[in-house]
Design a protein around this ligand. Sequence first.
Ligand SMILES: C=C(O[C@@H]1C=C(C(=O)O)C=C[C@H]1O)C(=O)O
Length: 254
Amino acid sequence: MDSTEESKGLTLDAVRDALIRDEDSIVFSLVERARFPRNAPAYDPSLFGGVGERALVDLYVREAEALRAKVGGYQLPEEVPFFPKDLPSPLTPLQKNPQVLHPTSASVSVNEAIWKMYFNDLLPLFTVEGDDGNYASTVALDLVCLQALSRRIHTGKYVAEVKFIDAPHDYGRAIQAKDRDTLMKMLTFAAVEQRVKSRVEKKASIFAQNVTLDECDDEAKCKIDPLVVSHLYDQWVMPLTKLVEVEYLLQRLD
Ligand SMILES: C=C(O[C@@H]1C=C(C(=O)O)C=C[C@H]1O)C(=O)O
């Protein structure tokens, strides 16, 4: 969420607009990563002796996050690091962000689940098997994908706050009873989810087109399968966003 939106007051429409914009970043990041094959050695901790037991991708993400923290990153609730331990302190004066969420929101992270999902489930669905040796580009693009997914999913903290503010008594009862199932039912909007899935599939089919000048180009294939993107949202992005919402709500009255 940018600070102008926050200062105008948090509304469900404004947060949903932010989620819609994040769809573009997610689709584009997947299209970029799909230019390279799987490149499995980048994920193998037993390779690249110089970097110890860590896979190249771990090393890259950890160092990139440390640098980002030094220049003032990870101060917003939706910006959550994958390697939060021992992040360096910022070297720059911090921007003053309005505190719109409950203070415990910083501790809500589902990045471990995002990491596992991305490498174990998603990558094999949109990259081709193979190894072209371009490991530096591969891990750099993985980081872009992971960050886009993580930001979208952790924006669920704002969604939860707005829903809570709209019905504090109903949510309050379920929170006090620590009733996860009721919270999950209350915050789920099936019709909205259906529209999200249809829209991301459409976006993927437009953004991932191979554009040519040929009049009638039957060969124009998509760079990623639009169905993979709606599957990603259906199976992982929306369930994890809702998990963030539940986790946030459970701490909302602390
Ligand atoms: C994010 C929301 O909460 C839930 C999760 C959704 C999603 O991840 O896109 C969509 C609808 C809701 O079931 C919302 O209500 O907008």
